[in-house]
Design a protein around this ligand. Structure first.
Ligand SMILES: *[C@@H]1O[C@H](CO)[C@@H](O)[C@H](O)[C@H]1NC(C)=O
Length: 521
C-alpha cells in the first residue's frame, strides 16, 4: 500500500472532517439528562472527526472516542444544586404552575448555574490560561450570559438548539417566524387548524414570551455578564454575534418552517445505529410474534411519583392486552399482570429497533419522539410538562400517535383503554410513522456529518458573516417595518387633513356665494 493511498484512506475515515484540527470549546452547565445526551454526542462527533475538544460542563462524558484531544472541566456544585432543587419538586406537579411562572423559576435556577460556572476556579484558570479556541458551542437554554465566552476567547459563537426554530434562537439570527403558522414551542402544532383562535393564541404567547425576555430575563443575563466581566462589550453585540445555529430538528419531525442560511438542521444526530440486544431481552422480543409494547416515562419522571390509583388502573388496562408490555420502572411491582415485564433500565434504541415492537407508550420527550420516528414505531404520548405536550400534538397532527395528557381529567382508565385499542388495531398510525421514518432517513448524509461540516465551515470562513441576514441586527420596529408604516400613516393623515381643510374652505366659499346670491335676489 503506497503512502499516498494510506493518506487518502485516513482522510476518508475522517471523512466528516476537512482535515484540519480545530480547537473547540463546549460550555454546557445544565445537568438535565437529555440535554447532556445532546451536548455530549456533539462533542463526541467532533472528537471523532479529529478536533480537539474542551468541555466545560456538569456531567462527565462517558466513553470518550478516539480522535482529537479531549479536555474536561466539571463545574463544582451544579449537580448538587440541581438535585436539591429538583428533589424538592415533583415533576408531575410542575406544569400546574403555568408557563410564564415556569420560565421565570427555570431561569432563576439557571442563573445559579451561570454564577457557579463563571466563578469555578478551574474555569477561571482556563479563562486566564491564554488558551485559544476556534469556536465555542453553547446550548441555547436560558443562559445567554454564556455567550460572553466567544468574547473572552475571541472565537466564533455556535449555538446548539435542542428543538427546531423557536423564539429563543430566531432572535439571534433574525430568522423569520410568522406567528400565523409557526407554533411557539410551548404550543402544539396547529398547522391543520389555522383558525383565528389558534393564530391569536399563538400570537399572544409570542408577545408574552418576547416581553418577558426583553424586559426581564435578558436584562438579568446582561447584569450577570457585567457582574463577572465588567469590560465585556454591550450585551446585544454578544447576543447577535452568532455564526451558526444547529437545530436538532428535521422536516420528518417538525412541520416545515423557514430557516435563515446560518441555521442548519441536524435533527436526530444523537441517535446511534441500533446494537444487538442483551440475550434475555432479545429472547423475549424474538419470541413474541403477537407483538410487544414498550412503556417508558423517560429519565426525569419517576414512576414512583405516579399516584397509586393511577398506577393500578394503568396496570389493569395493560393486563387486558394480548401483547407483552416491556416497562421501564424504577421498582418492581408485586401486583403486576403476567404480560407486563418490568426492568429498571432498558436500551431504548435497541428495543425500539426490534420488528416485534408495536407501540411505544412515552412521556413524549424530544429524544423519545425522535427515536420513535427513526425506528418507525407509533406512540401513545402521556405528556406532563415542558415541551412534551407540543411533541405529543405533533405526533397527533402527524397521524403517528395519540395523546392522553397526564394532568387532564381525560386521563382515565376508559380513555387509556380506548386509545390503546385504537392504536393497536387501526393500521393508519403505523403506516404514517413508517412514511415519516422514510423521510427521516432520506438525507444526503448522516446528520452528525452535517453538524461537523457546518461547524468546520463556520470556522473556515471566519464566522461566516456572509450567511447572516441583515435583519439579525434590526430592532423589532425596523424588522417589522413599523417605522415605515408609521411614516406612511402619517403621510396619509396629512393628506387627509389638508384635503379635508381644502374641501371645507372651497365648499364654505361656494356656500357663501350661493347664500349671498340668494340674499341679493
Ligand atoms: C463577534 O465574533 C467574532 C468572531 O466570529 C469576534 O472576532 C468578535 O470579536 C465578536 N464581537 C463581539 C462584539 O464579541
Amino acid at each position: 500500500m503506497s503512502l499516498k493511498f494510506l493518506f487518502v484512506l485516513t482522510l476518508i475515515t475522517l471523512s466528516a472532517s476537512d482535515g484540519y484540527c480545530y480547537k473547540i470549546l463546549g460550555v454546557f452547565p445544565f445537568p438535565g439528562i437529555s440535554h447532556n445526551i445532546l451536548s455530549s454526542k456533539l462533542m463526541k462527533g467532533l472528537l471523532e472527526a479529529g478536533h480537539d475538544v474542551t468541555m466545560v460542563g456538569s456531567l462527565p462524558i462517558k466513553d470518550v472516542p478516539k480522535g482529537g484531544k479531549y479536555n474536561e472541566i466539571i463545574i463544582d456544585g451544579i449537580v448538587k444544586h440541581f438535585q436539591t432543587t429538583m428533589s424538592s419538586m415533583n415533576m408531575f406537579d410542575m406544569e400546574k404552575e403555568g408557563f410564564l411562572k415556569l420560565l421565570v423559576t427555570m431561569s432563576e435556577n439557571f442563573n445559579t448555574f451561570l454564577g457557579l460556572t463563571f466563578t469555578d476556579p478551574k474555569v477561571q484558570q482556563l479563562i486566564h490560561s491564554g488558551e485559544k479556541f476556534d469556536a465555542v458551542i453553547v446550548e441555547q437554554f436560558s443562559n445567554d450570559a454564556l455567550k460572553v465566552f466567544a468574547h473572552i476567547f475571541d472565537c466564533h459563537l455556535i449555538i446548539l438548539s435542542s428543538i427546531g426554530p423557536n423564539s429563543w434562537v430566531n432572535d439571534l439570527v433574525g430568522n423569520p417566524s410568522p406567528v400565523s403558522y409557526a407554533a411557539h414551542f410551548t404550543v402544539g402544532d396547529f398547522s391543520k387548524d389555522l383558525s383565528i383562535y389558534n393564530r391569536g393564541k399563538n400570537m399572544l404567547i409570542y408577545i408574552g414570551d418576547y416581553l418577558l425576555s426583553n424586559l426581564y430575563l435578558l436584562r438579568k443575563q446582561d447584569a450577570i455578564i457585567r457582574q463577572y466581566f465588567p469590560d465585556a462589550p454591550p450585551f446585544m453585540d454578544l447576543y447577535t454575534n452568532v455564526s451558526l445555529v444547529l437545530l436538532n430538528s428535521h422536516t420528518s419531525l417538525y412541520p416545515a418552517l423557514p430557516v435563515v442560511p446560518n441555521m442548519v438542521e441536524i435533527g436526530g444526530y444523537f441517535i446511534d445505529p441500533p446494537k444487538e440486544l442483551p440475550k434475555d431481552l432479545k429472547d423475549i422480543l424474538d419470541n413474541s410474534p403477537e407483538g410487544v409494547i414498550y412503556f417508558s416515562l423517560g429519565s426525569n419522571l419517576k414512576s414512583k411519583d405516579l399516584p397509586l390509583e393511577r398506577r393500578e388502573f394503568i396496570l389493569r388496562v395493560l393486563g387486558k392486552l394480548k401483547e407483552k408490555v416491556l416497562c421501564k420502572f424504577e421498582e418492581d411491582l408485586p401486583d403486576r399482570p403476567k404480560n407486563v415485564l418490568i426492568r429498571k433500565w432498558l436500551p431504548q434504541q435497541d428495543v425500539l429497533a426490534h420488528p416485534n415492537i408495536k407501540l411505544f407508550i412515552t412521556h413524549g420527550g424530544l429524544l423519545s419522539t425522535t427515536e420513535t420516528i427513526y425506528h418507525g414505531v407509533p406512540i401513545l404520548a402521556i405528556p406532563v410538562f415542558g415541551d412534551q405536550n407540543a411533541n405529543a400534538d405533533r405526533a397527533v397532527a402527524g397521524g403517528y400517535g395519540l395523546k392522553l395528557e397526564y394532568l387532564s381529567p381525560d386521563f382515565t382508565e376508559e380513555n387509556l383503554e380506548k386509545k390503546l385499542n385504537e392504536l393497536l388495531h387501526n393500521p393508519q398510525y403505523r403506516n404514517n410513522v413508517k412514511s415519516k421514518q422514510k423521510v427521516y432517513h432520506d438525507r444526503p448524509e448522516k446528520p452528525m456529518k452535517t453538524a461537523v461540516y457546518w461547524i468546520e465551515y463556520a470556522i473556515r470562513h471566519k464566522g461566516a458573516p456572509h450567511l447572516r441576514v441583515a435583519g439579525a441586527k434590526l430592532p423589532w420596529y425596523k424588522y417589522y417595518m413599523v417605522d415605515v408604516l408609521a411614516v406612511i400613516l402619517l403621510a396619509l393623515l396629512v393628506v387627509y387633513k389638508t384635503g379635508k381643510c381644502v374641501v371645507q374652505k372651497l365648499f364654505g366659499k361656494i356656500k357663501q356665494t350661493v347664500s349671498s346670491e340668494k340674499k341679493k335676489n
